[in-house]
Write a protein that binds this ligand. Structure first.
Ligand SMILES: [Zn+2]
Ligand SMILES: [Zn+2]
Length: 151
């Protein structure tokens, strides 16, 4: 008997392989908002033969089931977040570190919205300089104020 796949069914056969299990472990509770490249690099430490396609496909499966969120705060690359409850992000413009911050309870009302325009959702992104980069920049500034010095 042939089973005709339902069109609405999730992407075909999410096979649980050791590589995928490791990837789920890497993502579980991960607060670093890793990119696909970072996950690939970490996965390769344990499975040197793993392909980028495995990482990509696993991410796509998790996104399609709603177990993973794609974070678009970083213009350089998509970042991934296993925390799918509502929250906002704060990114360091120097090192790309992304932290979770609480989203406001009520969404802001956009001023100047054309009449009849129905707003469906919004995203809130914060950019700044993280404490580690702030310290580095501070030191550099003090030095460069007096005289330009190379490390
Ligand atoms: Zn930083
Ligand atoms: Zn997050």
């Amino acid at each position: 008997m042939r089973i005709v796949p339902d069109k609405k069914a999730p992407p075909p056969a999410f096979r649980m392989t050791p590589q995928r299990a490791e990837m789920l472990r890497l993502l579980d509770g991960n607060k670093c908002h890793p990119s696909a490249e970072e996950l690939y690099a970490r996965l390769r430490r344990k499975f040197p033969g793993v392909s980028f396609a495995t990482v990509y496909n696993t991410l796509q499966s998790l996104l399609s089931t709603g177990d993973l969120a794609e974070v678009r705060i970083d213009p350089a690359r998509a970042r991934f977040d296993p925390c799918v409850t509502r929250h906002a992000h704060l990114m360091c413009v120097k090192c790309g570190r992304v932290d979770d911050v609480k989203a406001p309870a009520r969404p802001p009302v956009p001023a100047g919205k054309p009449a009849g325009y129905k707003v469906l959702h919004y995203s809130l992104e914060f950019f700044g300089v993280c404490p580690a980069c702030g310290k580095k920049a501070g030191k550099k500034e003090i030095r460069s104020c007096a005289k330009k010095k190379k490390k």
